[in-house]
Design a protein around this ligand. Structure first.
Ligand code: AMP
Length: 114
């Protein structure tokens, strides 16, 4: 738990969220400002700032998140594909410095967005 971290507060229950999945290692919850019909954020419960901090000590939780993403997407009703995005740093417009993976789906997405 990192003080003043929005997503640590959501993990802690200090800020409410609409949960899509939770276990002892990760939390998935619906984005408050959805950019697709289904927009879920998946976060590790341990604080990692962004992809820059993925290393030999932290990569296992990233692998774990990716193992869980297909079932989280399916359970949320996504049936025809989805996009996974992780913004890292200022130029990527990362607004919450706690590693998160956006799952976007539920409609045809733009082919302009990476
Ligand atoms: P990013 O811009 O990649 O850092 O993504 C942060 C995301 O967190 C944005 O899509 C926000 O809409 C979302 N967000 C911010 N506050 C909340 C909240 N309280 N509950 C759910 N999603 C949030």
């Amino acid at each position: 738990m990192v003080e003043n971290c929005l997503f640590c507060k959501i993990i802690n229950g200090d800020i409410p969220s609409k949960k899509a999945y939770e276990d002892e290692k990760i939390l998935a919850f619906y984005d408050i400002a959805p950019q697709a019909p289904v927009h879920i954020l998946v976060i590790p419960k341990t604080h990692i700032a962004c992809v820059d901090e993925v290393n030999g000590e932290t990569s296992a939780i990233v692998a774990y998140i990716f193992e869980k993403i297909p079932a989280i997407a399916k359970e949320a009703g996504i049936t025809n594909g989805y996009r996974v995005i992780s913004n890292c740093g200022a130029d990527a417009c990362q607004s919450v410095p706690h590693l998160h993976f956006h799952i976007l789906g539920g409609a045809q997405l733009s082919d302009k967005m990476a």
